[in-house]
Write a protein that binds this ligand. Structure first.
Ligand code: PLP
Length: 364
């Protein structure tokens, strides 16, 4: 490791996780979600891996994210599903990007721009993008008219779930069926119907339709309180750094801003050069790191660039490896440790990792 901090992205683990989902959801297809720079892992790096697998589609939120994949030479179909007013759909036409569209106006704009392939987005109860039920008639009539004129191909229909309870998800699935039935009455029967993301794709076969959209699971992380090991997934991101300083301190020694922690007894503290600017959450009650293979609890306030772990009486030296985030199956702190410590979800832990640590791809 030449840099002070290293974010290692394991391309073989990513490929294995995709294979796990491909096998689990077959015959449904898989769309690999690469939005938000692949949740902080690097969208182009992982997109190139996914491009050589059996996944059917790559998915991102914005057209800009989609164009970045195309510009990197990625050739799989790419879907982008959220668009700002005024976005130029001619870019989608030029780069052969599939558009997920939520309104009749967007359908018209896409057809005018020559962007041919679209997925209709339905709001089935999440209250975000997608056409609401009262908008379905106008939305679908526009879609049917543009299709009949040979100006649009309606390849897909999609929606997104709230993951509130299985019962709420079921309500949304039935609403999705209603949207598909309304479309079918106008002769619109898209071959790619999709609504499930990682959690529901994993747990509920009846929610898989023709395709599932896998984000967090492909990065080897659990979407919920289960651990990645419970799901047989391998975390793709591993963050390591090295001990920057070591000090033996007497009982009562306070640590970091606000003196939130004082050594309860004589102990050895290790300074870890990784702080909230690097993505470590600031409230981290219960967080720990692996120092020289031992679990050491984080103590005191996390600072912008550094934090402190309590190594007790273990022998620790400057330069020892510190694993900040890794694979629970190898005894390393998983994203779920930090998610629980910070009162958030694994998704936020990996997407917030900052720009300072070097990203190093391994495997592939
Ligand atoms: C982010 C996102 C996903 C992926 O969700 P995971 O829970 O990470 O698998 C799927 N679909 C849509 C519309 C999304 O925005």
């Amino acid at each position: 490791m030449t840099s002070l901090q290293e974010v290692r992205v394991d391309l073989d683990a990513y490929r294995r996780n995709l294979d796990t989902f491909l096998a689990r959801v077959a015959p449904a297809r898989v769309l690999a979600v690469l939005k938000a720079d692949a949740y902080g892992h690097g969208a182009v790096t992982l997109g190139r891996v996914a491009d050589r697998t059996d996944v059917s589609y790559l998915g991102v939120v914005t057209l800009d994210e989609a164009l970045r994949l195309r510009d990197a030479g990625i050739t799989k179909p790419v879907l982008a599903w959220l668009h700002l007013p005024g976005v130029d759909f001619r870019d989608a036409a030029r780069a052969d990007i599939t558009l997920g569209l939520s309104t009749a106006e967007q359908l018209e704009a896409a057809a005018d721009a020559g962007a041919r392939r679209v997925h209709l987005v339905f709001d089935t109860g999440l209250g975000r993008n997608g056409a609401r039920p009262e908008q379905w008639p106008a939305f679908l009539e526009t879609a049917a008219r543009l299709r009949d004129a040979g100006r649009l191909e309606i390849e897909g229909a999609m929606s997104h779930l709230s993951n509130t309870t299985p019962k709420d998800d079921t309500t949304q699935l039935r609403q999705f069926d209603a949207a598909l039935a309304a479309a079918a009455r106008l002769g619109i029967e898209p071959p790619l119907r999709h609504i499930a993301a990682t959690q529901v794709a994993w747990d509920r076969p009846e929610a898989r339709y023709d395709m599932v959209r896998i984000g967090i699971g492909s990065f080897g992380l659990s979407p919920d309180a289960r651990s990645s090991a419970d799901l047989g997934l391998a975390p793709v991101m591993r963050i390591a750094t090295r001990v920057a300083n070591v000090k033996r301190v007497p009982a009562g020694t306070p640590v970091s801003y606000g003196y939130l922690w004082r050594a309860p007894r004589e102990t050895t503290l290790a300074l870890v050069p990784f702080g909230y600017a690097d993505g470590l959450p600031r409230p981290t009650e219960g967080g720990w790191m692996l120092v020289g293979g031992r679990r050491c609890p984080l103590v005191g306030r996390v600072a912008m660039d550094q934090c402190v772990v309590d190594c007790g009486d273990a022998p620790v030296a400057i330069g020892d490896e510190v694993v900040v985030l890794g694979d629970p199956a190898r005894g390393e702190p998983g994203a779920e440790v930090w998610a629980e410590a910070a009162g958030t979800i694994t998704y936020e832990i990996v997407t917030r990792i900052g720009g300072r640590p070097a990203r190093v791809a391994v495997g592939g």
